[in-house]
Design a protein around this ligand. Structure first.
Ligand SMILES: *Cc1c(COP(=O)(O)O)cnc(C)c1O
Length: 225
């Protein structure tokens, strides 16, 4: 079974009632599975690996909006710049500058989310609040250096644990940052998207204020690899 159609339909209904956007996470899933979900009407798909995304982008319908949700190395931005719809994992000012540079070469404005470090786990990427502040200050101070990016929100990943209280506290920490910084008025930066929640914790994430969820295994089944 490539795609769980019933689950997809139920999820889309639930999310549209709550005005939450779905990014279907298709990393390590087959092109057939993605096509099946495209046939059901899904257009936003999320990938974690640059090479895999490039191959899928070339082979699959051109109306797909590709989200890059993985950790992005600066030297790979140039491959995504021509087509990527939204980069969720911008975790440094240097990376944002590189995205701006490659956006400029493509004559595009590239939409981005700043990834915040909220999990206690060492392995998760993201900025702390001071780095977020530095990034926003840099954009404010030098608007001409950021004309080819549009920072539209924050993204975060809670710890992978059964400890609901811990996950909830991390999500509340991200929501608090979002509420604190979204009223700021900065050129090419308007925080309106909060990308938070995956298969295991999306319901909690929505309760805690997420308006964009990234869901993979719940829809596609287990990943290969
Ligand atoms: C893989 C991944 C997801 C989706 O995870 P599932 O548990 O399969 O829903 C969401 N966000 C990020 C950043 C991921 O890497």
């Amino acid at each position: 079974m490539a795609v769980n159609t019933e689950k997809y339909k139920a999820l889309i209904k639930e999310l549209s009632e709550k005005k939450v956007q779905l990014v279907a996470v298709s990393k390590l899933q087959s092109a057939d599975g993605i096509k099946a979900m495209h046939d059901l009407g899904q257009r936003d798909f999320g990938e974690n690996y640059v090479q895999e995304l490039l191959e899928k982008q070339a082979a699959l319908p051109q109306d797909i909006r590709w989200h890059f949700i993985g950790h992005l190395q600066r030297n790979k931005v140039k491959y995504l710049a021509p087509f990527v719809h939204l980069i969720h994992g911008v975790d440094s000012l240097q990376l944002l500058k590189e995205i701006n540079k490659q956006g400029s070469k493509q004559n595009r404005v590239i939409r981005c989310l700043l990834q915040m470090h909220i999990a206690q786990e060492e392995t998760k990427f993201g900025m702390n609040e001071a780095e977020l502040g530095d990034t926003l200050n840099a954009m404010k101070a030098q608007p001409e250096a950021f004309t080819n990016v549009l920072v539209e929100g924050l993204m975060g990943m809670a710890s992978f644990t059964d400890n609901t209280e811990k996950v909830k506290a991390e999500m509340q920490q991200l929501k608090a940052l979002f509420d604190k910084y979204s009223p700021l008025s900065i050129a090419n930066c308007q925080l309106s998207i909060l990308s938070m929640g995956m298969s295991g914790d999306y319901e909690l994430a929505i309760k805690e204020g997420s308006n964009m969820v990234r869901i993979g295994s719940l829809l596609f089944g287990a990943r290969r690899g």
